[in-house]
Design a protein around this ligand. Structure first.
Ligand code: THU
Length: 140
């Protein structure tokens, strides 16, 4: 993946994070999802007073893409930190449910970027973060 694309995704994840609705946890997450079409979909975590109804940033972005007909995911960048934090001190890894959700829309594999800044980031393949994933093949 080209450096410019990685940087663009991280910038979009930071921008998405500014929209986080997280009055309960105070933890703001932003995600930027690149699809095969070349479009970038932003998502943020959207919490709910019924806590279990909360949607993570990654699934928010994924739902936006799929509902627009973009069902082949290439890469996603994720940024998470307490809402009030002046800087992002840790990498925010996707939760198990989001890893599973993303894997549904991987044609080959998905690049997962976790970032503290444009320059401070780690890059993985989803298959490494979710080995032996359950998929439609598992039901054959
Ligand atoms: N969260 C995400 O947005 N993505 C993840 O992968 C993990 C957790 C959100 C959900 C909740 O609003 C807050 O972070 C604290 O768990």
């Amino acid at each position: 993946m080209k450096e410019a694309v990685v940087s663009e995704l991280i910038l979009n994840a930071f921008e998405a994070r500014t929209k986080s609705y997280c009055p309960y946890s105070g933890f703001a997450v932003g995600a930027a999802l690149l699809t095969e079409s070349g479009k970038i979909y932003r998502g943020c975590n959207v919490e709910n007073s019924s806590y279990g109804a909360t949607i993570c940033a990654e699934r928010c972005a994924a739902l936006k893409a799929v509902s627009e007909g973009d069902t082949v995911f290439k890469a996603i960048a994720i940024v998470g930190a307490p809402k009030k934090a002046k800087e992002v001190k840790d990498y925010a890894y996707p939760c198990g449910m989001c890893r599973q959700f993303l894997s549904e829309f991987a044609s080959d594999d998905i690049t997962v970027i976790v970032a503290k800044s444009i320059d401070d980031r780690k890059i993985y393949k989803l298959s490494k973060l979710l080995p032996e994933a359950f998929s439609s093949d598992s039901m054959k």
